[in-house]
Design a protein around this ligand. Structure first.
Ligand SMILES: [Zn+2]
Length: 488
């Protein structure tokens, strides 16, 4: 009887502790400060963005054959449209087509910051043209939107910054810290000659940045699973991109007297084994994101989130249910290319596949190969990293910095009192090239976007609301003021 009482007591105590932890997650973890925000001329800014859209700065895989005259035209247009910036900031052309602007601050003891954007856009698939409701390269403004390729990714950022700075200069604003604008010309094809060269130039001068802000997270409804209210997401890291070539060799010959498996069968088995044995779940980063918005969830979900020390596996099971949330909690892989065999009656001498991995921070090229060997356990299958398609790791930035906290504050000041959470970006951006010159790389696109509109990026009917674009300009004005003056 006494033992039973003790057990009941322990369970009750445990439950009370878990309840207490849950209640602690019940309050919004922030306070909003109201500030006076500048008025911005959204229609003037929209007209400028529309002009920028009409300059076809499309990046192409073939660097040699690409026509780069639109990039020069874009440079000249920036110079003509923003004369005050070009009078006050030092402009440098890097690697012919990328741009680096330097706005000198009054206090050289403060570490500089860099705002990143890219000048290039992806092409428009000819076959999709009939589905567009506007010419993707004309710069049309209608129905309250600016239409065209680059209105979301990311001429809106570049023009948003320039509109903000041009006006701030005219108003006599002088930042305390140095501010750089880094505008790469090949982000959509890896950033290897643009942002990478800009970062190398800064590194060569011994410059260490306090923070970099690049595209990435945004404010959206439905981006966080289970949360309908708008949530601001700041990317603090990117998943690493690695492709592995799997090769199985076979003995060529006549298919009338075959071995038990041909090279194709060996390779197929290896792929099937990998699909059945994914990387283990590591949900810590996802838990950190969810905890920041925990107060928006129903009690049961909050209870699990507050007590992941005991209920982690329950949460993992839930997150594994959709491909989107599954990608948040583990290194994923996908067999994307397969080749082998030349004729139906000849045994193939070789079969090859490409497996594309997206790595959680903490995994590496070496751990990928190790995982494949452990799972496939077949000496007939060779696995090697495809160096042409391996992008190197990206650091995870911390949220415990003044730069992050003020960024979070500015997001709420400009876009309303909403939860803001750090998260892991599922795609790669230029920001990773700045790792050597900055410990803190933050990804945030100052935009309120419905999740259905996200497909417009790189897709059909890319467009941005004139008001939404005005909000971007306002955001940059506020951020440049706060980051420009804050002492971190
Ligand atoms: Zn982009």
């Amino acid at each position: 009887m006494a033992i039973l009482l003790i057990i009941v007591g322990i369970i009750l105590l445990l439950f009370l502790v878990m309840l207490f932890r849950t209640l602690q997650l019940g309050e919004p973890p922030y306070q909003n400060a109201n500030v006076e925000l500048p008025e911005v001329d959204a229609s003037r800014a929209a007209a400028h963005l529309a002009q920028a859209i009409s300059i076809k700065t499309i990046s192409k895989e073939e660097m040699e054959t690409g026509d780069y005259s639109p990039f020069r035209e874009y440079h000249q247009w920036l110079e003509k449209t923003y004369p005050t910036i070009h009078k006050n900031l030092k402009k440098e052309t890097i690697n012919q087509y990328s741009l680096l602007y330097h706005w000198k601050g009054s206090d050289p003891s403060l570490k500089p910051i860099l705002l990143a954007s890219h000048l290039d856009v992806v092409p428009v698939d000819e076959a999709t043209l009939p589905a567009w409701h506007a010419d993707p390269f004309k710069g049309e403004i209608k129905q309250g939107f600016i239409w065209g390729r680059g209105t979301l990714d990311m001429k809106n950022h570049t023009i948003g910054m320039f509109e903000a700075i041009e006006k701030m200069l005219a108003d006599g604003f002088q930042p305390k810290r140095d501010i750089y604008l880094g505008l790469g010309h090949d982000e959509e094809i890896s950033g290897k000659s643009g942002a990478k060269s800009i970062a190398a130039a800064l590194k060569g001068r011994g410059i260490k940045l306090a923070a970099v802000l690049d595209e990435g997270g945004m404010i959206s409804h439905g981006l966080v699973p289970g949360v309908e209210l708008p949530v601001g997401l700041i990317g603090v890291g990117e998943k690493e991109y690695v492709t592995v070539n799997l090769v199985a060799k076979g003995t060529p010959g006549h298919s009338s007297n075959p071995p038990r498996q041909t090279a194709i069968g060996v390779l197929a088995r290896a792929i099937a084994l990998m699909d059945d044995n994914p990387f283990p779940a590591r949900p810590d980063l996802a838990i950190a994101t969810l905890k920041n918005v925990a107060f928006l969830f129903p009690f049961a979900v909050r209870f699990v989130l507050a007590n992941t020390w005991l209920l982690k596996s329950l949460l993992v099971k839930q997150l594994e249910k959709t491909v989107q949330t599954n990608a948040l909690i583990r290194t994923t892989h996908a067999a994307t290319v397969i080749k082998g065999g030349i004729k139906d009656n000849i045994l193939p001498s070789e079969a090859r596949a490409k497996i594309n991995f997206r790595l959680l921070p903490g995994d590496s090229q070496a751990s990928v190969i190790e995982h494949i060997q452990k799972v496939v356990k077949d000496p007939r299958v060779e696995a090697e990293i495809d160096m042409a398609d391996a992008w190197g790791p990206s650091k995870v930035s911390t949220t415990d910095t003044a730069a992050y906290k003020t960024l979070e504050l500015v997001i709420r000041q400009v876009f309303g009192n909403m939860p803001v959470a750090p998260y892991l970006l599922m795609f790669a951006t230029d920001a990773r090239h700045y790792q050597d010159v900055s410990e803190q790389l933050y990804h945030f696109s100052p935009l309120v976007l419905e999740s259905a509109d996200i497909a417009r990026m790189h897709g059909i009917d890319e467009r941005i609301g004139v008001d939404a674009f005005g909000g971007m300009v306002k955001f940059y004005r506020r951020l440049i003021k706060v980051w420009g003056e804050a002492e971190f």
